[in-house]
Write a protein that binds this ligand. Structure first.
Ligand code: GLN
Length: 501
């Protein structure tokens, strides 16, 4: 077994036993990145110096026999939309090509406090808009399982890096599926936490009411370890919630949402921890749609049967507004994006070298710089969002989309009165070929049809490997939980993971 194959707890135990040093581990990854990333293209920036100096600090701690935090010395990669102080942060965009972050995002601060070794920043769709990482302004990342296919997106660089053993874990972001869908395509684990569970401070905003940072890992246990480190209330993000998480009081959901099952019922169901006995799982009938890859459907149905053999009660449920989720998302997300991206003009955040120019007025300058600095998809979204928010259209589009969002959320609330968790596919197909969908944005948007409703409702969901199409292309199963009950998701996901080995 190679050093780069290890999981977080394996690294932790073996570092403590001094079987290898943090520096050796770090170098093993850096060497592997140098060799393998020529084929995968997952890193936009490799922070070799930073990584080695962090590893050295951990080796000093070990030499002094100090207590090691669980993530100490563990090499990680960070999606290049999360700020790491003094490291370039591009968001996959030309307009930020020369921007260097001046502070650490809260999640990065937390990782650094643990002693994580940051190997570098990973490729993504520009401003996280996309499902294949092909919208990066720099290069296209390849799926490690088949180099002619996409790794998914927008956190495609992070997912490919984890799948190719170029880091132990990575951070991604998920606005409409960007952690779960690439995790599914790359055969690994990805968690989209409850909205508000993880601070967004220092995350370059795409759609602020949907964005969440989460872990991309090789195992469910690793996802839990990373999530436990990055979650919690942060005074720099007013939408972050600590409550029960920070005080160890269990779910704080009573303070923020009504209508879910009572705590008593929840506790009863959790009593039997080692099996799925007593837990009820809903399978929404709207999630098995026409046009879905038959092999994906079969793998998901098999996985659901496995849950049954583990003692779970499976029942069909209905989430009747599912078909409106995608159109609703494509009004809300671009609207928020059009406001969030208004600040980029290559003056305030990093300069952009333009071909010299005949620019005379400020307006000319803005047309030129934003025309050259943003890619096609980003421009499309800014226009869509600006239109949906404009006087006269606001009521018809944006306001109506907000109402539909409430209906989607209520679908889940009703379902969770009957079931504890929900099982669905992550995406209707396995990883598609590079180039296959770039010219057809609507087809590209469809790959998030099963992930987007979860963001609209603010719920937590995980993608875990369920099987492979043609013995080669991974397929993920999605487990959706109730707000702030990631714990329960981890529990059932690791039971399935074990049974599926
Ligand atoms: N693919 C979706 C989009 O393009 C979701 C992206 C994301 O979750 N960041 O908006």
């Amino acid at each position: 077994m190679e050093l780069t194959d290890l999981t977080i707890s394996e690294i932790h135990n073996r570092l403590k036993k001094k079987e290898f040093s943090a520096k050796e581990l770090c170098k093993a990854y850096l060497d592997r990145i140098e060799k393998e990333d020529k084929k995968i293209f997952s890193f936009l920036t490799v922070t070799k110096k930073l990584a080695l100096s962090q590893a050295e600090k951990i080796d000093n701690l070990i030499a002094k026999r100090e207590k090691l935090p669980i993530l100490a010395g563990v090499p990680a990669a960070i999606k290049d939309i999360i700020l790491v102080k003094d490291v370039r942060c591009t968001a996959g965009s030309k307009i930020l090509e020369n921007y260097t972050a001046i502070y650490d995002a809260t999640v990065i601060k937390k990782l650094k406090t643990q002693g994580v070794v940051i190997l570098g920043k990973t490729n993504l769709d520009e401003f996280a808009m996309g499902s294949s990482t092909e919208n990066s302004a720099f290069f296209k990342t390849k799926n490690p399982h088949d180099l002619s296919r996409v790794p998914g997106g927008s956190s495609g660089g992070s997912a490919a890096a984890v799948a190719a053993n170029l880091c132990t874990f990575a951070l991604g972001t998920d606005t409409g599926g960007s952690i779960r869908q690439p995790a599914s395509f790359c055969g690994i684990v990805g968690l989209k936490p409850t909205y508000g569970a993880v601070s967004r401070y220092g995350l370059i905003a795409f759609a602020s009411s949907l964005d969440q940072i989460g872990p991309i890992t090789k195992t469910v246990e690793d996802a839990k370890i990373v999530f436990d480190v990055i979650k919690g209330r942060d005074e720099m993000d007013s939408t972050s919630i600590g409550g029960g998480y920070d005080k160890g009081l269990g779910s704080p959901y009573r303070q923020v949402s009504k209508g879910y099952v009572t705590d008593k019922r929840y506790r009863n169901r959790l009593r039997n921890r080692q099996t799925l006995n007593n837990l009820r799982f809903g399978v929404p009938k709207e999630y098995f749609i026409e046009g879905m890859d038959p092999e994906v459907e079969e793998i998901i149905k098999e996985a659901i049967k496995k849950f049954e053999t583990l003692g779970a009660k499976i029942e069909e449920i209905s989430l009747p507004h599912t078909e409106y989720a995608l159109p609703c998302y494509y009004i809300i997300a671009p609207s928020e994006a059009s406001a969030n991206l208004a600040r980029y003009d290559a003056i305030r955040y990093g300069e952009l070298k333009t071909q010299n120019s005949k620019v005379k007025t400020l307006i000319d300058y803005y047309f030129k710089i934003r025309g050259e600095g943003f890619g096609e998809e980003v421009r499309r979204r800014i226009m869509l969002g600006t239109y949906a928010l404009s006087a006269g259209y606001y009521e018809a589009y944006y306001k109506r989309a907000l109402k539909v969002r409430t209906l989607v959320k209520q679908d889940f609330e009703k379902a969770f009165q009957k079931v504890d968790l929900i099982l669905t596919p992550v995406s209707p197909t396995p990883a598609f070929k590079l180039g296959e969908r770039v010219l057809d944005p609507l087809k590209m948007y469809l790959s998030d049809i099963f992930t987007v409703p979860v963001n609209l409702a603010g719920l937590p969901a995980i993608s875990i490997p369920a099987g492979k199409v043609k013995n080669k292309l991974p397929v993920g199963l999605q487990i959706i939980g109730q707000a702030f009950r990631e714990e329960e998701i981890f529990k059932v996901a690791s039971l399935f993971e074990e049974a599926n080995l």
